[in-house]
Design a protein. Sequence first.
Length: 228
Amino acid sequence: MKQPLAIFALMTLPIAAFAQDDGAFTLPDLPYATDALEPMISQEIMELHHGEHHQSYVDNLNDAISAGDAPSGLLIEELVANAGSYPDSIRNNAGGHWNHTFFWATMAPADEAGEMSDEFATAITAVYGSEEDFRTAFEEAGADQFGSGWVWLIVNEQNELEITTTPNQDNPLMDIAEVNGTPVLGNDVWEHAYYLAYENRRGEYLESWWDVVNWDEVSKRYLAALTD
Ligand code: MN3
């Protein structure tokens, strides 16, 4: 089951994220300005989060591959899908690169965030009762993730929507994840994602974040993640 998930992830992420120059992974450009998600995500947080944190995952991943921790020339999806076969240097940094690339691509400035497609909205309502109840469940899962990690909405192996969390930079595409599936939405609940603006108020960050979710993009990823 791992290979199809990896293929779906490849199909639904921007190609630029995986361009390799001389075999090295590179930091993808943000699809908007660093101040474009204000005030939900401050420019200061965005500059640090993208320019420093994400860059570090990319640099550390390249260093780990150079050191022989994983073969060179593999796709990020291949490294992520087989994370359990590699040292933590690969698991953490390949995960960090994939997760942040996904995160930037599934957000948008509030006035460009779009709407859920009818198909996606229907699926949300079928599982959670209403969009509001879905948001509450997602926020609660994010708040309950102990320490650093991510909260995800995935299409699971039964082709159903499911909310799950992962610690650190793990994600549901990884072979070592407790729950496997294709992410269609994910929020970063590491303190570096919110602390400068929200301090210890993770719940407030999770609630504010909805305004910058790119529903057009998430709806497309939902359709792409469904299997026959
Ligand atoms: Mn982060």
